[in-house]
Design a protein around this ligand. Structure first.
Ligand code: GLP
Length: 283
């Protein structure tokens, strides 16, 4: 596992966007070789999406051969509701880039048969060849997607009842009115995310610092579902200084000493022939 510690929210957003850009460019996707990306919602990834849009607008990055799968969606919220994850994803990313709408996959929280919708989602991921890079955010209780405390660490996409903590945390998106927050959601499972070839988790803010501590300094535990990624062969946690408040000084120092290695992963690929090739094919 890598822990990448940046000064603040903006630099964490920039680092993660550059990482995604470089992964897509070096993968060099094409019509027979799509890059599959798992995506989160929430306030945390907004800065990363903004940067990715900038990279696209500057002609650095195309999403023409990218397929996306979102982590979760509320049950029962109309698709065009301002707080649905459909609306969030189109407003913050998809409508600003050249992704082909058929390549966007978001669970339908209004499907007649919710479990069937979840099973079909798993099938679509499989048909797409699995997820190359799954990006996730967490709740202050350490949940990944909507895998609330106590979720099975081998769970697959399914219907979940939201924890009271999550409902309270998300009330800010519903004018602070708890009664307006949906109580159920469709979510990928921890096992679904674990199957991705690579996982990147974004954690910013002091209110997530206890969760980060549980995620990386204590054992794997289903009460902090994000801790499951200790057992993933390739995971990166990207955080800001505030999120490290509960970590040991020793842990922070250790990972900071590796920043010169981590920063190579986000260096400009100007001289990378594969990256150049993708840029030319966009013109
Ligand atoms: C919700 C989502 C999670 C997300 C979390 C954190 O619970 N289901 O996928 O990671 O919110 O949101 P924020 O980034 O706004 O703190």
């Amino acid at each position: 596992m890598r822990l990448v510690i940046l000064d603040n929210y903006d630099s964490a957003s920039e680092w993660s966007a550059k990482y995604v850009r470089n992964r897509i460019l070096t993968f060099n996707p094409g019509p027979d070789n799509y890059f599959t990306l798992g995506l989160p919602t929430g306030s945390t990834p907004k800065g990363m999406y903004k940067k990715l849009v900038e990279f696209h607008k500057e002609g650095e990055l195309s999403f023409k051969y990218v397929k996306t799968f979102n982590m979760d969606e509320y049950v029962g919220l109309p698709r065009d509701h301002p707080e649905s994850y459909h609306t969030f994803m189109w407003d913050n990313l998809f409508k600003h880039i050249d992704i082909i709408p058929e390549n966007v996959h978001i669970l339908d929280g209004n499907a007649e048969d919710l479990q069937n919708e979840c099973d079909e989602f798993e099938k679509k991921i499989e048909e797409a060849g699995g997820i190359e890079l799954f990006i996730g955010g967490i709740g202050p209780d350490g949940h990944i997607a909507f895998n609330e405390p106590g979720s099975s660490l081998v769970s697959r996409t399914r219907v979940k009842t939201l924890a009271q903590d999550t409902i309270e945390a998300n009330a800010r998106f519903f004018n602070g009115d708890i009664s307006k927050v949906p109580t159920m959601a469709l979510t990928v499972g921890v096992g679904t995310v674990m199957d991705a070839r690579e996982v990147m988790i974004l954690i910013t803010g002091a209110h997530k610092s206890f969760a980060l501590y549980k995620a990386i300094e204590e054992g794997v535990c289903h009460m902090w579902t994000v801790s499951a990624f200790q057992q993933h062969p390739k995971s990166t946690f990207v955080c800001d200084e505030d999120a490290t408040l509960e970590l040991r000084v020793k842990t922070v120092k250790y990972f900071k000493s590796l920043m010169y290695v981590h920063n190579k992963l986000v260096a400009d690929l100007e001289e990378n022939p594969k990256a150049k090739k993708q840029r030319i094919s966009q013109d």
